[in-house]
Structure formats: C-alpha cells, structure tokens
Design a protein around this ligand. Structure first.
Ligand code: 3PG
Ligand code: MG
Length: 389
C-alpha cells in the first residue's frame, strides 16, 4: 500500500499522537447529542494502549478562531473516559512546555486528550511551526480522523511531515465502506444537503458521477435562489454556482418546502410550493411532494449516498422531512451509504442505523471521497511514507 496502517509502524512503548475527529454535535449547554465519532476511534485507542503506547489524542471542535470556553474538550474527555472505562487525562492546551511536561509524566498505556486545536488559528492555516510544535510531543503520528481528511490543516497534513505516520482503524474501515459508493453501481443517486457551502463545491463535481443529485438544506436554498426563486428569509451563503450545474435536469432542488416564521418549536409553519415562499418566512424542511419525488428516484437506484439533513431536524416541528428520508433510505432496496455528524445523529435519533449499508463519520470528507477527490489527509500519509518509510 502507498501509505502505512497501524500494523506497519512500531508503536510499542512509543508516544503516539493521534488525530481524531471529536467534532460532535452538541446542544447550547454543551451536552453531546451524538457520540458516534467518539465511539468510532475506540478500536484504535485500544490497539495502542494494548501495545503500551502513550496515547495523545487531538481534535478540533466547532469553528472557533480563538479560545472559547464553550468549545473546550472537557465534556468529550469525560465521555471518552466513560466509554473506555479508564481515566482520560484532559490537558488545557495542545502544545508548549506545560503540555510536554504533562506528557512526560504519563505512563505507557495511558491516554490524554489535548485542548481544541482550533483555539490556534495556525491550525487551519497549516502553519509549519504549529505543526512542528505538535509533532514534538510524540514519536509517531496516527491519523484516524476520517471526517477531517478533506482539510489541509496543520494537524492533518502538517504533522506527518515531521513524524513517521500511519492511518488508524477507523480510516481503514471508512475507506473500505465508502469504496462501495465511490465505485457505485448505477443508477447512483446522491442526496447532498446541509449547511456548509464548501460541501456544495464538492457536490458540483458529483453531478458528473451521479445519475441523479438532490440538493437540500441551506445548499438547496442556494440552488433555488440561483434558479430564480424567491426564498424569503431562508438561510443562505454567498456562493456562485456553475451554470451547467444550476441548469442540469439531473440536479434536483425541493419542489415544496415547510416554511416557518421563526426558528423555534413554537413557530407558525406551512407547506408551500417553492414558487410561493412568502417574504419574511424561511425554509426549514422539505415538503411531501419533494419526498415523493425522492422516493421515485430511490426506487430505481442501485446505490444511494446521503449526506446532510434536508431540514432543521433538531427542532421536532421541522424534523418530519429528515425522518421520512432516513426511514425511506433505511428501507431501500439498494446499497445505502450515509455520512456526516448531523446525518448520523438523525439516523441514531430515529434508531434507523441498521437499515443502512454504512453510516460514515465523515460529512464533507465522505462527499469528497465518494466524488473521487484525493483527500489532503490521505495525500499527506502517502508523502510521509515516502519520507520515513
Ligand atoms: C465535519 O464536521 O465535517 C468535520 O469535523 C470538519 O469540520 P469543519 O467543516 O469545521 O472543517
Ligand atoms: Mg459537521
């Protein structure tokens, strides 16, 4: 293989720095809403502790640009301690002399979690000195953050420049499963929703690969607007779409939507055609006609890939479309792959997990992987192997 797996590197008794993705959905009080991403890396952690490594975990959480007490990793360390049935040492920074001292005091087989990497803007800028500082904490680097492999950030692509590296067990599992969608049997139906505009960039590329492509959520709002619909006060991001994407008949936007006068369980709602969205109202979910259209396409597809909830399902009143979609796919007679933190949360919430061929921990990363892109994190693993063997 072009990159190393855990078995290829000597971790016995070593200090091992593991990039994980603990960017879990949380409520306003910091309660973890879905711990799938935490559970998913337990096999790698157990492998390393059995080998008597000193395990140093690092992750980002949210998108802070500086220290933000609401986005500290403490609740995650607590949940991980519970899941591992052993104390995970939480450090209050992610590099520097104090962190180094604390790591030096650790026994082999112990696990610590560094503070949120994005408290330093150097992380997303892939700053070389920052990456070097992280690398100085350890002898070996493991990347098991599948959901972050599409980000060229310091902890993903910078650190393996300085340390011998390998991917973890979750990355191996994800790649194996997502290959089923990457080499999808046709007809291939991709359903891409959500709120991050960079995902739409990747979806734009997906439309050459997919037989049909449904775009919903904030991404759907962007597409509707580009197609000339008035979308009221619906959430939107400024992004210019390719003409051929906007005009393609393969690219399907919602036909009808649930609109609300505000974002709250107590809001007034109604179902309207996308040509009739009242000014001052906003799209919060897809409507029944849209669901029917999706169902028809799912019915004749052999592979379906779904990433991102089509509505604000965290609010029960706006969750019908997401629930119906999850249920439809769980019961579909096709290879069904779902991806993303929020999507996984929705599937878990509705207890539909077993109906899917695979539920990926990656959102944007899974879309990019399925589309066929070379993920920066994977590329860094290949380069690191060339450098260190
Ligand atoms: C995700 O949730 O998709 C990953 O954790 C990456 O987070 P980001 O979109 O903030 O880079
Ligand atoms: Mg996410």
């Amino acid at each position: 293989m072009k990159f190393n797996t855990l078995k290829d590197v000597d971790v016995e008794g070593k200090r091992v720095l593991v990039r994980v993705d603990f960017n879990v959905p949380m409520d306003k009080k910091g309660k973890i809403l879905d711990d799938r991403r935490i559970k998913a890396v337990i096999p790698t952690i157990n492998y390393l502790t059995k080998k008597k490594a000193v395990v140093i975990l690092m992750s980002h959480l949210g998108r802070p640009k500086k220290i933000n007490d609401k986005l500290r990793m403490d609740p995650i360390a607590k949940r991980l301690s519970k899941l591992l049935k052993t104390n995970v040492i939480k450090l209050d920074d992610c590099l520097g002399a104090t962190v180094e001292d604390q790591i030096n005091e650790m026994q082999t087989g112990e696990v610590c979690l560094l503070e949120n990497l994005r408290f330093y803007p150097e992380e997303t800028k892939n700053d070389k000195l920052f990456a070097q500082g992280l690398a100085e904490l350890a002898n070996v680097y493991v990347n098991d953050a599948f959901a972050t492999l599409h980000r060229a950030h310091a902890s993903v692509v910078g650190v393996p420049h300085f340390l011998p590296s390998c991917v973890g067990l979750l990355v191996m599992k994800e790649v194996k499963q997502l290959e089923k969608a990457r080499k999808a049997r046709k007809p291939f139906f991709a359903i891409i929703c959500g709120a991050k505009e960079d995902k739409l960039r990747v979806a734009e590329k997906m439309f050459t690969k997919a037989s049909n492509l449904f775009i919903g959520g904030v991404l759907g709002n962007i597409l509707l607007k580009a197609r000339g619909f008035k979308i009221g006060k619906s959430k939107i991001e400024k992004i210019k779409l390719q003409k051929k994407f906007v005009n393609s008949t393969k690219v399907i936007a919602p036909e009808d939507v649930v609109v609300a006068n505000r974002i709250a369980q107590g809001a007034k709602t109604k179902i309207v055609a996308v040509s009739d969205i009242p000014t001052g109202w906003m799209i919060v979910d897809i409507g029944p006609k849209t669901l029917k259209r999706i169902k028809e396409i799912v019915g004749h597809s052999r592979t379906v890939f779904w990433s991102g909830p089509p509505g604000l399902f965290e609010i029960p009143k706006f969750s019908k479309g997401t629930k119906a979609l999850a249920k439809m796919l769980a019961g579909a007679n096709a290879v069904t792959i779902a991806g993303g933190g929020d999507t996984a949360e929705a599937i878990d919430q509705f207890k539909l997990d077993r109906g899917f061929t695979h539920v990926s921990t990656g959102g944007g990363a899974s879309v990019a992987y399925v589309e066929g892109a070379e993920l920066p994190g994977m590329k860094a693993m290949i380069e690191s192997k060339k450098r260190f063997g």
